[in-house]
Design a protein around this ligand. Structure first.
Ligand SMILES: [Zn+2]
Length: 748
């Protein structure tokens, strides 16, 4: 059946949207297909949405619909008589470049479709038969993108306009001649020739007279300040004493301050106190008074002090600022976007999820933050509100770095967006929450673990990035010392028992365990992992995600799994007695168990197991070994150079480090983003059990006795492994100090 009416009006008799939609549709969608059945099926997909649907049965017809009124999104078939889908979408692009273009196609015609994609005629293609939910999500996200592009364009124009005004203002101000030169001339500190030269220079370079004067070095700055205070009674202030309200930075832009050498200090009612390097520049004073619309109280300070204060108040210029980020996120390539992978179990909330996403800039911002983090290889993203702005920090190779400043007004919508993505409650801002989400980027698929924490400045968000594609190192590549490697290999070869990796959060424990698990792994064994979150994906293992909220706790999952006859179990973490008890029980009943604990050293781990409530004989018989570890940053191999060891660092590290003469450092290059470090290596302490040690632990010896026994056996500590790595030029003394702390007075 052909809907003739729709051929002429683009509309059908069927109601476009349920009556519950009280607001008029915001988006007009054009569906083009020569088969009426497909058009109707597509229309059904969007029956819940508040879209105005227009249909057409050919490319020509579609163009006619487009001419009738703006269309935000078009979905077109490829194979159509007359104009095919690629040709049609190319036409659409030409006539209405902002319209989002989606092609629906069968598996055939790949080349034609790819051609259209490559030339930008197609935003996305969807294979027939489509999945209704996927299509709905795709369209909703695409429409957000449409809004975003439009808004960004407006924002860009606005920014450009502002920047123009400010730069015009700075130029204007600089053309007003300061009385400073004349005053210095009257005091016989400048000759007439010098004054004339200064005036000419100022006209040519449009820079403040004070800056030129100091550049010429004709009069000492100290002398100028003295004259200003004694003769003209202008107050000189000590800038470090002023705590500056961030709101002032919005009154006077940074570029103006830097250029004119002024800094706003205090605002009381209509009175602004401002420090000026040249308070005799009356033109400048007038301009500031005029732009700020405030009465000014002028004080003076050194040029250097003013520059320093500007840095402090407005932040250092090295960060990516918001404007740069705007350009970053305004890039028109839709393939830079990320897709949210919606997992099946919570399908019911899908529509809520889409309906709540009403702030598109936040979406693009969230995406840009995540993509940038992945590009830089960050492991964590912190979104931290501070008093003057919100800072986005990335943890790269274990070190947190401030990367992006975003304005406060973007904060709440950004946090809400991240919460929606991870299905958290957006209305709940006073209690911590945590959730997870899988995102697909053009680069890779990553799992994000997100947690929120209310702080006095607003909600702080921390995201942990878990790369689904990250490879597990082989045991030999983990970086164990030649002495430890065979001991670890032996430990892993045991058929049963428990092996623990210990260290603080982010010390690479799980990475180590996965390598151990994969070493000598054979298909005839049953491997399972129980984690929260799953950090690596292993085809050969059954992997279970712990979800405490729904009662899937470590011990409950472990108990259930033990009934499934596993051989090797990787248990994410032991943090309570119940988990410890089940894990050790499993280790005593024929399973090889790997797990982690948050302790600092091998012996401290044994003490911790006792504290948790395990019996000494259980620990003694089940435990096979403990690997305590830390991660240190690795010197960038591209820019590595030898330097003499810093005596102060040597002293603080003490012990074995005292004798070190030469160390290595990275000069900083493009490869390491100027940090001098690239990647990380682990420092290990490996404790393996023997009969003597088992007797000692099992007989209820004190931790002190155990420590003595272990030392007697020549356990090589983490510090010792660190020393080897420093000597080999792999890491630096600074890194050892950062990660292990001062070691002086401790024997290794
Ligand atoms: Zn480098």
């Amino acid at each position: 059946m052909t809907d003739y009416k729709s051929l002429f009006t683009g509309r059908s008799d069927a109601p476009q949207a349920p009556a519950s939609h009280l607001t008029p549709p915001k988006y007009r969608l054009l569906l083009v297909d020569d088969e009426p059945g497909i058009v109707n099926a597509l229309r059904r997909v969007f029956r819940q949405e508040n879209y105005e649907i227009v249909t057409a049965n050919s490319g020509q017809d579609g163009l006619a619909r487009l001419a009738e009124g703006p269309v935000q999104l078009v979905i077109s078939d490829f194979m159509m008589p007359g104009m095919n889908g690629a040709q049609f979408l190319r036409e659409v692009k030409q006539r209405s470049p902002d319209t989002i273009r989606i092609m629906l196609t069968g598996h055939a015609n790949t080349d034609a479709v790819m051609g259209a994609i490559n030339e930008g005629a197609v935003y996305k293609f969807i294979l027939k038969p489509w999945n209704d939910d996927d299509l709905r999500v795709t369209v909703a996200l695409a429409l957000e993108q449409f809004d975003l592009i439009t808004r960004n364009r407006a924002l860009k124009t606005e920014n450009a306009q502002k920047a123009k005004e400010i730069s015009a203002l700075s130029k204007l101000a600089a053309t007003h001649r300061s009385r400073l030169g004349i005053m210095l001339h009257k005091k016989n500190l400048l000759s007439s020739a010098q004054l004339q030269e200064l005036t000419l220079l100022q006209e040519r370079r449009s820079e403040p007279m004070i800056a030129l004067l100091l550049e010429k070095d004709w009069v000492e700055e100290r002398k100028i300040r003295k004259l200003l205070t004694s003769d003209l009674l202008i107050e000189e202030v000590q800038l470090p004493e002023f705590a500056i309200d961030p709101v002032l930075t919005e009154i006077i832009p940074r570029s103006f301050c830097s250029r004119q050498l002024v800094v706003p200090l205090k605002l009381q009612g209509k009175h602004l106190m401002i420090a000026m390097a040249d308070p005799l520049d009356e033109g400048l004073v007038d301009e500031v008074r005029f732009t700020a619309g405030l009465d000014l109280q002028i004080v003076t300070a050194d040029v250097a002090a003013i520059r320093k204060k500007i840095e402090e108040v407005y932040g250092s210029g090295s960060d990516v600022d918001f404007k740069e980020l705007e350009t970053l996120i305004a890039s028109p390539d839709p393939y830079e976007g990320i897709e949210i992978v919606i997992e099946d179990d919570d399908g019911a909330r899908l529509e809520d999820l889409l309906r709540e996403t009403e702030a598109p800039p936040a979406i693009r911002l969230a995406n840009a933050i995540i993509i940038e983090a992945i590009r830089l290889g960050a492991s964590d993203i912190h979104i931290q509100p501070r008093t003057k702005s919100v800072v986005v920090r990335y943890r790269i190779d274990g070190v947190l770095i401030d990367k992006i400043q975003i304005p406060h007004q973007q904060h709440q919508s950004l946090v809400s967006r991240l919460k929606i993505m991870s299905e958290l409650d957006i209305s709940e801002r006073r209690h911590p929450q945590d959730g997870r989400i899988t995102v697909k980027t053009p680069m890779r698929m990553v799992d994000l673990r997100i947690s929120t924490l209310p702080t006095i400045n607003g909600e702080k968000v921390v995201m942990r990035i878990l790369d689904r594609n990250s490879a597990v190192h082989s045991l030999a590549n983990l970086g164990f010392s030649p002495v430890d490697l065979p001991r670890v290999t032996d430990m892993v070869a045991r058929p049963q028992g428990i092996i623990l990796a210990t260290g603080p959060t982010g010390s690479g424990k799980t990475t180590t365990l996965y390598s151990l698990l994969q070493h000598d792994a054979t298909p005839d064994k049953n491997y399972v992992t129980i984690e929260d979150p799953v950090e690596y994906y292993l085809d050969m293992a059954g992997q279970v995600l712990v979800r405490e909220k729904i009662g899937l706790t470590f011990p409950s999952v472990l108990r259930a799994l033990l009934r499934q006859d596993p051989d090797v179990i990787l248990l994410g973490e032991i943090r309570d007695f119940e988990t410890a008890e089940v894990a050790f029980h499993a280790a005593l009943t024929g399973h090889l168990v790997y797990s982690t604990l948050h302790t600092n050293s091998a012996v401290a781990t044994i003490a911790r197991l006792f504290d948790l409530g395990l019996k000494p004989y259980v620990v003694a018989s089940a435990l096979e070994g403990i690997i305590a570890q830390r991660l240190v940053r690795q010197v960038c191999p591209k820019c590595r150079e030898a330097v003499a060891a810093d005596p102060a660092l040597r002293r603080r590290l003490g012990g074995d480090y005292a004798g070190i003469q030469q160390t290595f450092r990275g000069r900083g290059c493009t490869d390491c983003h100027g940090t001098g470090y690239k990647g990380r290596v682990a420092l290990y302490e490996v404790l393996t059990m023997d009969d003597e040690l088992r007797d000692c632990i099992g007989s209820g010896a004190s931790v002190l006795e155990i420590r003595r026994k272990v030392r007697g056996k020549g356990l090589r500590g983490i510090g010792q492994h660190g020393l080897e790595k420093v000597q080999a030029g792999v890491t630096t003394l600074d890194e050892i100090l950062r990660v292990l702390g001062p070691q002086a007075g401790e024997s290794s």
